[in-house]
Design a binder for this molecule. Sequence first.
Ligand SMILES: NC(=O)c1ccc[n+]([C@@H]2O[C@H](COP(=O)([O-])OP(=O)(O)OC[C@H]3O[C@@H](n4cnc5c(N)ncnc54)[C@H](OP(=O)(O)O)[C@@H]3O)[C@@H](O)[C@H]2O)c1
Length: 282
Amino acid sequence: MILITGATGTIGTEVTRLLAQAGVPARAMTRDPARAGGTAVPAVRGDFEDPRSLEAAAAGARAALLLTGFGPRLAEHDRAFVAAAEKAGVETIVKISAIGAQDTGDPGDVASLHAAGERAVTGSRAAWTILRPSMFATNALAWADIVKAGQPIPNMTGAGRQGIVDPRDIAALAVAALTGSGHEGRIYEVTGPDLLTVADQAELIGKAIGRRVETVDVPIERAAAQIPDAAYARAAAKGWAFIASGGNAVVTTAVRDVLGREARGFGQWAEENKAAFQNNVG
Ligand SMILES: NC(=O)c1ccc[n+]([C@@H]2O[C@H](COP(=O)([O-])OP(=O)(O)OC[C@H]3O[C@@H](n4cnc5c(N)ncnc54)[C@H](OP(=O)(O)O)[C@@H]3O)[C@@H](O)[C@H]2O)c1
């Protein structure tokens, strides 16, 4: 049996769907199974803030996907899960980290939090695989209402390019690492096939919906000031500056190497998700 944490989120939903489709016994962890309702595999209650619940959720699992949502306690959550998984005898842990994970000297930023979480995983008795995805294609859904309203997409990253990745490819890699062999001790940086700016993404969304989509440059400080939570605002500002400086202009062949097929491009994602950007009236 495989335990999937973060099972109700973007990656976890797809991982549980793929495992159910393949007939692999699995369990979906969520803080609230009643609310989660439609998980593709049976749901189990588990909260990263409640170690006992993690031990109960991990009991009987051979392997686990460790996905902790971004927040100041991300590394704590990774450590708590690894401790519970060790107690439960979980043999393999696959952690969803983030591209560029490393100690930056600022313990609160995404890179440092994931680096600390990775250390918990790589220091555990379990076999491990780390996936470090680039920016998710699905983040573009945050622009849906703006595009529907005919407004320009705010661009905080200028001409900075990124290997935007379709979360379905991250999920497929996670399933390969959870169910296959040869992934132990590997760190995969997972990207899409192309380097894209926000303007490139806007163009591809425009192509999918059949009208031009503009972007407007917004200074990082001004955009960060609109995020109410100070920790998130600081993390977002750092992330945007990193991308704008070209720091995330990385494309890898992890999808091709592991899955034997090309990574899905953002144009395909936009075409498949164009309804989200279109007004359904008139
Ligand atoms: N978005 C990006 O561009 C990007 C890029 C690289 C890396 N990442 C990393 O990917 C991860 C996010 O993945 P995602 O977008 O698939 O997640 P998501 O959609 O934000 O879902 C978060 C999941 O975490 C669960 N969760 C939250 N708090 C919990 C707690 N205290 N105990 C147990 N479960 C809890 C939620 O489950 P319930 O609410 O059902 O309990 C939910 O299933 C983060 O680590 C992020 O840093 C994201």
